[in-house]
Design a protein around this ligand. Structure first.
Ligand code: HEC
Length: 211
């Protein structure tokens, strides 16, 4: 009984194996299509030639000037226009969590030179491998530096400091600046003004109840 069972199973397996294999010849018959709409796309596939556009490409680039969802409008600052830097500012306001995120980004991109304490003594400079002293952001010279000048330093770089425009998008640059300004405000700089409105309301309400 067991023997017959295994013979049956073996025969089935071999039979299946044989039918599954192509005998090696070129197949001329493509078989049947039951739903041609699913086999052949009615729309132009991405990366295929498209006769409807002059450049023949199906995948289109966004219209120039398009701003992706969740991204900020372009800033229109020109490199070297230092008087424009000084008055350049933002309407963005940040929650405590966003300022904290700015701090995380600062420690990733800026701390290596400026130091996580912002004193200009980051490990790269302190090791002697980077000759130029990074700005000590707690120094009087930088405490009240206009936000736009800081923004320009991030976007275009400053002398030996490179540009961070490709690492930080516009909102992230401002988040980093918010973090710097927050720390500066706690170290003798001007009061912090980039905080979110809701937080101000909460702070004012707390003050009101205290009085
Ligand atoms: C490779 C080292 C290095 C890194 C990384 C770096 N900086 Fe700098 N930064 C410098 C140096 C050096 C200066 C001084 C440039 C000068 O005045 O010649 C400077 C100057 C500045 C200034 C003053 C600009 C001015 O107009 O005087 C600001 C603000 C600043 N950095 C912010 C940042 C921020 C924010 C980041 C991170 C996104 C960053 N830096 C990353 C080296 C660095």
């Amino acid at each position: 009984m067991n023997k017959t069972k295994s013979i049956v199973i073996a025969t089935l397996a071999i039979g299946l194996g044989l039918t599954a294999c192509n005998s090696g010849g070129v197949r001329r018959n493509p078989g049947k299509i039951y739903a041609p709409d699913m086999t052949y796309s009615q729309a132009y596939d991405a990366y295929t030639h498209n006769p409807n556009f002059a450049d023949g490409e199906t995948s289109r680039l966004p219209v120039s000037g398009t701003v992706a969802r969740g991204h900020e409008l372009p800033d229109h600052l020109t490199e070297g226009d230092t008087s424009a830097y000084k008055v350049f500012t933002t309407n963005l306001r940040f929650t405590a969590a966003e300022v904290e995120e700015g701090g995380r980004l600062f420690n990733i991109y800026c701390g290596i030179c400026h130091g996580t304490k912002m004193d200009g003594q980051g490990p790269l400079f302190a090791s002697g491998k980077f000759a130029a002293m990074p700005a000590n952001l707690k120094d009087a010279k930088y405490l009240n530096m206009p936000m736009g000048t800081m923004y320009a330093a991030i976007k275009f770089g400053k002398n030996v400091m490179g540009s961070y425009a490709s690492q930080l998008d516009i909102k992230q640059r401002w988040m980093v600046i918010a973090y710097i300004k927050k720390v500066q405000s706690e170290n003798g700089g001007a009061p912090f003004t980039l905080g979110a409105a809701e937080e101000e309301h909460v702070a004012m309400a707390e003050q009101a109840t205290e009085e």
